[in-house]
Write a protein that binds this ligand. Structure first.
Ligand code: ZN
Length: 172
C-alpha cells in the first residue's frame, strides 16, 4: 500500500472550518488514516492532530502528550469539571498562541480503530488537548477564543501566516 503523506492545512484553509462527519462504520481505512495522522503529528512536533487539519472531514483524532499515542474515532465530551486556561498553539495556526479557557477535567467517550468503546478521564494538559482536538472536529480554532487584545496582537500575524513560523510550545 502506498503511504501518502498528509499535508497539514493552515489557516485560512476552508477544510479547517468544515464540521467533521460522524463515522458510522469503522474500517481498516480509518486505521490507516489514523497512523498517517500520527506520523504527521510527530513530524510537525505536535501533541495532537484532528482529521480536518489534514483535509479529511471525518471525526478522527490522534494525540500524544508524552504518555503514549491515542487514536480516537468519534470522540465527544460527556462531562466537564472546573476551569483552566493554558496558552495553546496549533499546527494549523502556526506562530499564534492563545490562552484558552477550558474545562480542567473532562470525560470523553470515543471508539478505537477496532470499534471498541473508549472511556477517558483526563485533566490538565490532557483535558486541554482533548478539547482542542474535538473543537477541530467542529470547525473551531483557537483564534475563535481570542480576546479583543489578542485579536489586535495577532491581526498582522494572521494576515501574514506562514507555514514555517512556529513559536508556541504547545502545538496541538
Ligand atoms: Zn489545533
Amino acid at each position: 500500500m502506498k503511504e501518502t503523506k498528509l499535508k497539514i492545512r493552515v489557516f485560512d484553509d476552508p477544510a479547517l472550518r468544515k464540521k467533521a462527519k460522524l463515522i458510522n462504520r469503522i474500517t481498516s481505512e480509518h486505521g490507516r488514516i489514523l497512523s498517517q495522522m500520527a506520523a504527521s503529528m510527530y513530524e510537525g512536533g505536535g501533541i495532537g492532530l484532528a482529521a480536518p487539519q489534514v483535509g479529511i472531514s471525518e471525526q478522527l483524532v490522534v494525540m500524544d502528550i508524552g504518555e503514549g499515542l491515542y487514536k480516537l474515532i468519534n470522540p465527544r465530551v460527556v462531562k466537564r469539571q472546573g476551569t483552566q486556561a493554558i496558552s495553546e498553539g496549533c499546527l494549523s495556526v502556526p506562530g499564534i498562541c492563545i490562552k484558552v479557557k477550558r474545562a480542567k477535567r473532562v470525560w470523553v467517550e470515543a471508539k478505537d480503530e477496532d470499534n471498541q468503546p473508549l472511556k477517558i478521564e483526563a485533566d490538565d494538559l490532557f483535558a486541554c488537548v482533548l478539547q482542542h482536538e474535538i473543537d477541530h472536529l467542529k470547525g473551531k480554532l483557537i483564534i475563535d477564543y481570542a480576546s479583543l487584545l489578542d485579536k489586535l496582537r495577532i491581526k498582522r500575524k494572521l494576515k501574514a501566516l506562514k507555514t514555517d513560523a512556529k513559536t508556541c510550545k504547545l502545538q496541538l
